[in-house]
Ligand binder design. Structure first.
Ligand code: GCB
Length: 604
């Protein structure tokens, strides 16, 4: 059989037929959902992938799990098969769906058959995955479409015409969530390694020549000037129309090559803000394609030691969130999940969320746009990844690029973060500052940050991480009174920050088992956590002028295999302000009261 020639060998870890560049705004394209029940085979030994000599199987090996599982006749021996006895819901992690998967880390083969007729025979078809954790090898009708690594980014493969059938397509995805030293994240994290096809799977149809990507935003520093660019899939001078119907704005733009840059003034533009999350319908149209998006316009900048939103200083009343629904112990993946999580943040009177520690699903950032929540979005460069490897750096850059490409049109996104609590040393700072520069090149309209650490020198909280010279704000995680001393230690805390930049607490927090009550000196009690928050809030009120906000750790209790206190944790990190069942803990009210006060202060 003729081997398919890989088009791209190492472009964001996607190979074979894959197209390297993501298509922006998948929700507005013509799509056919492949969500639903998929059959599966658990394959810890990767038997479907390697033969008994541990060599990768040939494409047409009948025992490869990407090939048909139907015996040819009654003497035929088939040692694998997909059956309705074994199904998993897509989107969804496998851990939540069957007790045997709770701790599983390894390979699972997903299979689904489908019929498909193109709505226009001239269209191109892409197979799109919102995210699969971590590595996916994708096969359609026995042919490999490609491979992707990275558990939280979207990817897609172009499906060649001669592969797609009208009836009975056989789609197989090998998903492997084994943690590895040279991946991102690496072996060690503080969250559950949920495996599976965790986000939507769609067939996406676009015309031969289509609008691939665009960025429509307010010009930096301006309140009425829009600028940006549009990229087409093809070269050519065909005109593109950009339209904002509500503003009666419509302009024909001339393309040069495959892209168009634009800049124009708009009158009566209402700016997006948490108080007024105004979104406009924006329509981009070419001779053959049309994309519609809802876009808000706002300005974010740093001036001295302040963060300005639409020209005015803003105090970030934030909260960190994991992409998890604790009540069901599973990954969040739907619009309803996004509303649940972000409404909890709203209840706290937050105006900002830190989506930790990896890009969350697109429903989250789109819902943040419409609810009026500023967003910190991050790639999972977490703790001790391999900072000396160029390959790992390339992987981090790919994840950064994919995060920014998917979400750069979201008004809510204010900060791109390139990582969390990475240990200070030369190779790491070179690696991380490279990511900061890359992020700035990809998007000059956002603030770039990373969550840094603080160290205690003779009783003084010192922030002097050299990465701070590259980031737009200095964000630190501090747990004064939880990981060291008692909450009352915050009373005498002195802060020394090397950089004259906005200072943000990207984390602070303490654990409490929901419903466990004792006196405030008793660790793990709600009263201890409440006390911690009271002391922290008092300390924040005394912080210097450049203190611009916080995103405490964390909205909800979340699952983590690192947390093994048999009485108070049992596999949970209980630093949530809401407990495992969704009840508010006492500390919630302390933070809410502080946020109410700060909201009033900033309105004055
Ligand atoms: C941190 C990490 C976060 C942990 C948290 C904790 O500093 O950034 O991922 O879960 O502390 O609970 O210790």
């Amino acid at each position: 059989m003729k081997k398919l020639i890989p088009l791209f060998l190492f472009i964001c870890n996607v190979s074979a037929y894959a197209q390297a560049d993501l298509i922006t705004n998948i929700p507005s394209r013509k799509t056919t959902s492949l969500n639903g029940k998929w059959q599966y085979i658990v394959d810890p030994y990767e038997t479907g992938f390697y033969n008994y000599r541990y060599q990768e199987r040939n494409e047409n090996d009948r025992e490869a799990y990407w090939n048909s599982d139907i015996p040819e006749n009654k003497t035929d021996r088939k040692e694998h098969g997909y059956s309705d006895k074994y199904t998993l819901n897509v989107p969804g992690d496998w851990n939540a769906q069957d007790p045997k998967f709770l701790y599983y880390e390894g390979s699972v083969w997903y299979k689904r058959s489908f019929d498909f007729t193109k709505s226009d025979t001239a269209n191109k078809v892409f197979l799109y995955f919102g995210a699969v954790n971590y590595q996916s090898d994708v096969y359609l009708n026995g042919k490999k479409l490609g491979q992707h690594k990275g558990g939280f980014s979207p990817f897609q493969f172009e499906v060649p015409d001669n592969l797609l059938k009208q009836k009975d397509n056989f789609l197989v995805v090998k998903v492997d969530n084994k943690r590895k030293a040279d991946e991102i994240p690496t072996l060690n994290t503080d969250w559950w390694n949920y495996g599976g096809i965790t986000r939507d799977v769609l067939l996406v149809e676009v015309p031969q020549n289509y609008i691939r990507d665009y960025f429509v935003h307010l010009k930096k520093g301006s309140t009425n000037e829009i600028e940006g660019w549009i990229k087409k899939s093809n070269n050519g001078n065909e005109a593109i129309t950009l339209e904002i119907p509500e503003l009666k704005f419509r302009k024909k733009l001339a393309a040069t090559g495959d892209s168009i840059a634009f800049n124009f003034k708009l009158s009566k533009l209402q700016l997006w803000s948490p108080e007024n999350p105004k979104l406009y319908n924006v329509v981009i149209q070419s001779a053959s394609d049309r994309v519609e998006d809802k876009i808000g316009f706002r300005n974010v900048e740093v001036q001295g030691s302040k963060i300005l939103l639409n020209g005015k200083p803003v105090f970030l009343r934030g909260i960190c969130i994991h992409e998890e629904i604790p009540q069901e112990i599973r990954r969040a993946n739907s619009p309803a999940d996004a509303i649940q999580l972000l409404s909890q943040a709203k209840e706290l009177n937050a105006n900002m969320v830190r989506l930790a520690h990896y890009p969350h699903n697109e429903h989250m950032t789109r819902t943040a746009d419409s609810l009026g929540l500023l967003v910190w979005s991050e790639i999972p460069v977490y703790w001790t990844i391999n900072f000396t490897s160029n390959e790992v750096l390339e992987k981090a850059k790919c994840q950064l690029k994919d995060m920014i490409t998917r979400d750069r049109n979201r008004a809510s996104i204010m900060i791109w973060s390139v990582g969390n609590e990475t240990p200070v040393h030369e190779a790491r700072t070179a690696f991380m500052s490279n990511l900061v520069k890359t992020a700035k090149l990809l998007d000059s309209t956002r603030l770039i940050s990373a969550a840094l650490e603080v160290h205690n020198t003779n009783g003084v909280q010192v922030i002097d991480d050299p990465l701070g010279q590259y980031t737009d704000l200095v964000a630190v995680n501090e747990y004064l009174g939880w990981y060291s001393g008692l909450p009352s230690n915050a009373r005498t805390a002195k802060w020394e920050v090397k950089y004259n930049k906005p200072l943000f607490f990207s984390e602070t927090g303490a654990e409490a088992l929901g419903g466990y009550h004792a006196d405030s000196l008793t660790r793990w009690s709600e009263e201890f956590q409440e006390w911690y928050y009271k002391e922290q809030v008092e300390m924040m009120k005394r912080m210097p002028e450049n203190f611009v906000g916080l995103s405490p750790w964390i909205l909800n209790d979340f699952r983590s295999p690192r947390r093994n206190n048999p009485e108070y944790q049992e596999g949970w990190n209980n630093k949530g302000l809401f407990d495992q069942k969704g009840n508010k803990k006492k500390a919630f009210y302390v933070l809410k009261a502080y946020y109410d006060e700060m909201e009033k202060n900033y309105k004055k």
